[in-house]
Design a protein around this ligand. Structure first.
Ligand code: SF4
Ligand code: SF4
Length: 401
């Protein structure tokens, strides 16, 4: 599944037609289109209350459990059993995509839905999609899952491009009319500030759900920055507009693996910052048992919990903020932020298969990429955490040579 963005085409052209260290292809200016009208509100629906602590997912009104399931790492029979275990534990939102684990994630969930159709009705299903110009990928995912609709569609929205926003709106409105979609949504791990601010300006009431990278939350000690202040301001505006906020890339995966003493304070901190649910990639039955025991009825954090949450975040100094500054300045038009996220999947998360799968969506030639930067230092100069740079780009490229 590929992301057919304009710059992906430019990058492909660049890497196909130039030699190492050669000059770059510039990106053309984006035209601004007319935006469609916001989606009309849905009639009120009665939802079953879950057994685990929950809150309202924005204007959807859905009582989402405070911990939800990101099925990014599941596959085969174990994946099906994990999904069943998560839902049996009371978690009521799951997120998957045909791109996860080379299609194995969605297949594992489909196997559960096929075996027992009631499981489909127990969850708020979120699907990630890449191409707002075609319904094919949505139809294929729905067919695979044996369902006629998804509860939310999280279309990738990585750059503050009004044309992309317009295309997403147009597609999602059409899907709602056809009954294939209940609630509008998008996912962003790119230009977080730009995308949030464009949405607030052009379509403040259109989206009902969003999945956002939360690395800019000021959760560690001394973490308040211009980025965190701006991010929190936009997050607050989203919530005021009734957009349900799902968190990702907060570090939840690592926190879950360290057990309740780390995950509970982390989850409380993320929820307290303004998220409705912490999406996490549970992958063992021990983790499911732990989630069942979490006391999230109160968000109050003791001093020890505050210290634990801050210490966990401070232990990840090289976790990408997902600010996309590096990408914006790259004279080669390289998707530097995506490459840094792929580094994270491989080096921090230990998910080489997922890193490879994500790399394949970029349509880059790894050999050429390995020597594309030359002695350029442009992205290094703007990266607030000193992560982006020619060396890191080469490191990522060499994973796939
Ligand atoms: S060093 Fe950074 S800015 Fe320069 S070409 Fe490489 S990725 Fe782009
Ligand atoms: S690598 Fe640095 S500049 Fe690029 S998105 Fe991450 S934090 Fe921002």
């Amino acid at each position: 599944m590929s992301n057919m963005s304009h710059d992906s085409v430019s990058r492909r052209d660049f890497l196909r037609t130039t030699t190492c260290g050669a000059a770059a292809v510039g990106l053309g200016a984006m035209a601004t289109g007319t935006l469609a009208a916001p989606t009309a509100s849905k009639p009120a629906t009665t939802f079953k209350k879950p057994p685990l602590p929950y809150g309202k997912l924005g204007r959807t009104g859905f009582p989402v459990t405070l911990i939800s399931f990101g099925a990014i790492r599941i596959s085969e029979r174990l994946g099906t059993r994990i999904t069943k275990g998560v839902i049996d534990a009371g978690v009521n939102l799951i997120h998957t995509s045909a791109s996860y684990m080379g299609g194995n994630s969605i297949t594992a969930i489909a196997d559960l839905f096929r075996t027992d159709k009631s499981y489909r009705d127990k969850v708020f299903l979120c699907l990630k999609s890449f191409n707002p110009d075609s319904e094919k990928e949505i139809d294929e995912m729905l067919k695979m899952l044996g369902t006629d609709h998804t509860d939310a569609l999280l279309t990738t929205f990585e750059k503050a491009d009004p044309r992309r926003l317009e295309a997403i709106q147009k597609q999602q409105e059409a899907l709602i009319k056809k009954g294939k979609l209940k609630h509008t949504g998008f996912v962003c791990h790119g230009d977080m500030h730009g995308v949030m601010e464009l949405t607030l300006e052009k379509a403040p009431k259109f989206f009902e759900v969003t999945l956002l990278a939360m690395r800019m939350l000021p959760l560690g000690k001394d973490k308040t920055s211009d980025d965190s202040t701006r991010f929190l301001k936009n997050l607050k505006a989203f919530r005021e507009n009734g957009i349900g906020i799902l968190s990702m890339k907060s570090g939840a995966k690592g926190a879950v693996e360290q057990g309740a003493d780390v995950f509970l304070p982390h989850a409380k901190a993320v929820l307290d910052a303004g998220c409705n649910s912490v999406l996490t990639s549970v992958n063992s039955f021990e983790q499911i048992d732990m989630i069942k025991t979490l006391d999230l009825k109160s968000r109050h954090m003791t001093d020890d919990e505050k210290k634990a949450a801050a210490a966990f975040l401070d232990d990840r100094p090289q976790a990408c903020l997902m600010c996309a500054r590096c990408r914006k300045v790259c004279p080669q038009g390289l998707p530097v932020n995506d490459l840094m996220r792929i580094r994270m999947y491989n080096d921090e998360y230990g998910w080489p298969d997922h890193a490879r799968s994500e790399f394949s969506t970029l349509s880059l030639d790894a050999k050429r990429l390995a020597c594309a930067c030359g002695d350029c230092t442009t992205c290094t100069q703007v990266c607030p955490i000193g992560l982006a740079g020619a060396g890191t780009v080469r490191h990522v490229a060499e994973m796939f040579v």
